[in-house]
Design a protein around this ligand. Structure first.
Ligand code: FES
Ligand code: FES
Length: 167
């Protein structure tokens, strides 16, 4: 029997893609295998670890839990879309400067989750950061430097906002 496919159109990191996909195809597999965006990692494939987190219409979602057909028409941002004009996003800079990673497996998901957190709450407390990333697991760092990396980015983004408001 021929495989049933569905036509989907998604905007990923500013580029529009139309594809024929099987209805069961997970968004994370579409990103990694159809678009070669392998920065989005697969850790558990069961909604636990958060390694596969991306932004869907500005909301952090675990892309191993979203079917590609559910993302039809959506705007997706992955870790590959974070840098602008060849410059790291303040969150990427923060993880680098504050040593917020060891193996790096959880890092893209952490950054995407933190991006949503800072968009909603530009000046979070440490508790709010810890609660915010509580759906993302890291097996290496003990989280201390991840929190510092997010605080670093929050500071940078606020400074950027203030500079833009003053100019
Ligand atoms: S791979 Fe999606 S939550 Fe772990
Ligand atoms: S840095 Fe290794 S899992 Fe987080």
């Amino acid at each position: 029997m021929a495989k049933q496919t569905v036509t989907v159109t998604l905007t990923v990191n500013g580029e529009t893609h139309t594809a024929e996909v099987e209805p069961r195809l997970l968004l994370v597999h579409f990103l990694r295998e159809h678009l070669n965006l392998t920065g989005t990692h697969i850790g558990c494939d069961t909604t636990h670890c958060g390694a596969c987190t991306v932004l869907m219409n500005g909301r952090a979602v675990k892309s191993c839990t979203v079917l590609t057909v559910q993302a039809d028409g959506a705007t997706i941002k992955t870790i590959e879309g974070m840098a602008e004009n060849g410059k790291m996003h303040p969150l990427q800079e923060g993880f680098h400067v504050e040593h917020g990673l060891q193996c790096g497996y959880c890092t893209p998901g952490m950054i995407m989750r933190a991006a949503e957190l800072l968009a909603k709450n530009p000046d979070p407390t440490e508790d709010e950061i810890r609660w915010g990333i509580s759906g993302n697991l890291c097996r290496c760092t003990g989280y201390v430097n991840i929190v510092k990396a997010i605080q670093y980015a929050a500071r940078k983004l606020r400074e950027r906002e203030q500079a833009a408001a003053g100019s």
